[in-house]
Ligand binder design. Structure first.
Ligand code: 16G
Ligand code: ZN
Length: 526
């Protein structure tokens, strides 16, 4: 039985703002933090129902707005294996969030229970965490009220990164089973990753200290904690770690700033030859860069990470004598730089899918080893259970030992900026690469991303992994015409899944052409 009275009374304390329509999009609910109180209360109830539906498995709830400005906030659900919420439930989330009154909300809950045949007698378990945003504590209070209204058991993972929350969900649900993924604590996470990283660095010449720009977000806490676990094996210099001054989160720093502006955060100066990286506000995106001998900035984005990591894993698989049994594949989106796709396609199977982690993650699961990084720096590597079994049972060799440690340094549940940075550093150490050598694997085509505010972004529909527009009618033909004018140029138009805008991407042989193509296509859209 639903605790109708309890739900309704508590829901009354979290009224829905009448003028807002919420939508569970690619990254969950995301908008101005101060408008999200009712959403958090309702997400508490929804997470509990999802847990009941999945036999009492633990569901994760992460309160964050990632790389977005500090006043924004958001919330997303994490399914039992640490993956994104199953897409069929996104519509349920949207329906619950938009019920106009508490009576309507309880009716919507009842409807969901019936439609998805939830057994309410099954216990519900939820683990939640939040990033450092000022609206976080209040939103967590609303979430807890939702969880208590439906009598869910819950665990507060405190202020931590998105990838730690995903890790916790997976480890809690696999505890004591043959699929165990580690200890279900932050210490377990830090130990697993840092031990594997230390083993990978053993016997290698010392790596230079790594400067990590933490976007003044929660990644700074985790980077500091890693320092203690890494000791003097590897040195981290944490910058942009101000968690107290209002307004500094993701402001002129962090992975998104670097990617979008294709330049260094003004707070950072690099010595010639020095490399560094930036995280985003919840530490699931990573952007690398270095200064060349003239001090010139060069960006090493998600595509560069894919190339480096995939090539190294292929080498290890081959050296272990497993290349017949283990096939490595790469997943990209339309945003992947054309040069990276060209470089990789000659060597590996490469697949293009629509933007958003759930698409990439799902496609990566189809390979023995699936490597995915969005150009924006979000990504990870997935090893199928069969591949992991082969790797752990095969005759040990140094390549195989490296492969095992690579598996452990990676957070396979979701993109994890810090774990990814250690993965990159380990590969660089093994290949004796500096930023210059890594960068020279292929040369990026100049590119430009612009956003266009339109009256209705839903009028823009795409096909072919967002590379072509099918609506509005006739627009793609015009984009094609423009592309033909720029030899080797490529452009596409897609509606954003997180903002009320349409995005235009263009790349071409020169910077001037890429800019021109982007602005001319934007002109068609506007
Ligand atoms: C979200 C996605 C990210 C994607 C971005 C695109 C997740 C967890 N995050 O942040 O993967 O690159 O949206 O944003 O799926 P856009 O649709 O506004 O361009
Ligand atoms: Zn993020």
């Amino acid at each position: 039985m639903l605790p109708v009275k309890e739900l309704q009374e508590r829901s009354d304390r979290h009224p829905k703002p009448s003028d807002i329509k919420f939508q569970y999009g690619t990254a969950g609910f995301r908008t101005l933090g101060k408008t999200l109180d009712s959403v958090l209360f309702r997400v508490g109830v929804l997470a509990a129902l999802r847990s009941k539906k999945l036999d009492g498995k633990t569901i994760g709830v992460m309160v964050t707005a990632s790389h977005n400005p500090e006043p924004d906030n958001g919330v997303k659900l994490v399914d039992p294996r640490g993956e994104m919420l199953e897409s069929s439930w996104e519509a349920h989330a949207t329906a619950l969030a938009n019920a106009p009154s508490s009576v309507a909300f309880v009716a919507a809950v009842d409807e969901l229970v019936r439609a998805t045949k939830i057994d309410l007698s099954i216990p519900a378990r939820v683990v939640y965490a939040r990033d450092t945003r000022p609206t976080g504590p209040q939103l967590v209070t609303a979430l807890k009220d939702g969880l208590e209204a439906i009598k869910a058991e819950y665990r507060d993972a405190g202020v931590t990164t998105t990838p730690v929350l995903h890790y916790l969900v997976r480890t809690i649900n696999t505890k004591g089973t043959k699929d165990s993924y580690g200890e279900d604590t932050e210490e377990g996470y830090l130990t697993k990753i840092s031990d594997a990283f230390k083993k990978l660095l053993a016997g290698k010449p010392p790596s230079p200290p790594l400067l990590i720009d933490c976007a003044n977000g929660v990644g700074a806490l985790m980077a500091e904690r890693f320092k203690a676990y890494l000791g003097d094996i590897f040195t981290i210099d944490v910058v942009n770690a101000d968690l107290h001054t209002p307004g500094v989160l993701n402001n002129s720093c962090g992975a998104d700033f670097v990617k979008v502006n294709q330049k260094l955060p003004p707070s950072i100066t690099l010595q010639p030859g020095q490399r560094a990286c930036s995280l985003d506000g919840d530490a699931d995106r990573l952007m690398y860069y270095y200064a060349d001998e003239h001090g010139q900035f060069h960006m090493l984005d998600g595509d560069k990470i894919t190339t480096l990591v995939a090539s190294y894993i292929v080498e290890l698989v081959k050296a272990s004598g497993l290349d017949e049994q283990i096939k490595v594949g790469v997943i990209q989106t339309a945003y992947a730089n054309g040069s990276s796709t060209k470089y990789l396609s000659g060597r590996l199977p490469v697949k293009c899918v629509p933007t958003g982690v759930k698409h990439l993650h799902h496609a990566a699961e189809q390979y023995d080893v699936g490597v995915y990084f969005e150009a924006n720096g979000h990504g990870t590597v997935l090893f199928s259970p069969a591949a992991q079994e082969l790797i752990s049972s095969h005759t040990p060799s140094s390549a195989l030992t490296n492969l095992r440690n690579i598996i452990d340094v990676i957070n396979q549940t979701v993109g994890d900026a810090l774990s990814d940075a250690f993965l990159v550093e380990a590969v660089l150490a093994h290949k004796s690469f500096s930023g210059v050598e890594w960068d020279s694997m292929y040369c990026d085509l100049p590119n430009r991303l612009v956003k266009v505010v339109v009256s209705d972004r839903n009028a823009f529909k795409t096909a072919d992994a967002e590379r072509r527009l099918v609506s509005p009618p006739g627009l793609q033909v015009k984009v094609d015409e423009l592309m033909r004018k720029y030899g080797g140029g490529r452009s596409f138009v897609r509606p954003s899944g997180t903002e009320d805008v349409v995005r235009v991407y263009a790349e071409a042989a020169t910077r001037a052409e890429a800019d021109e193509l982007a602005f001319r296509v934007a002109g068609l859209v506007y």
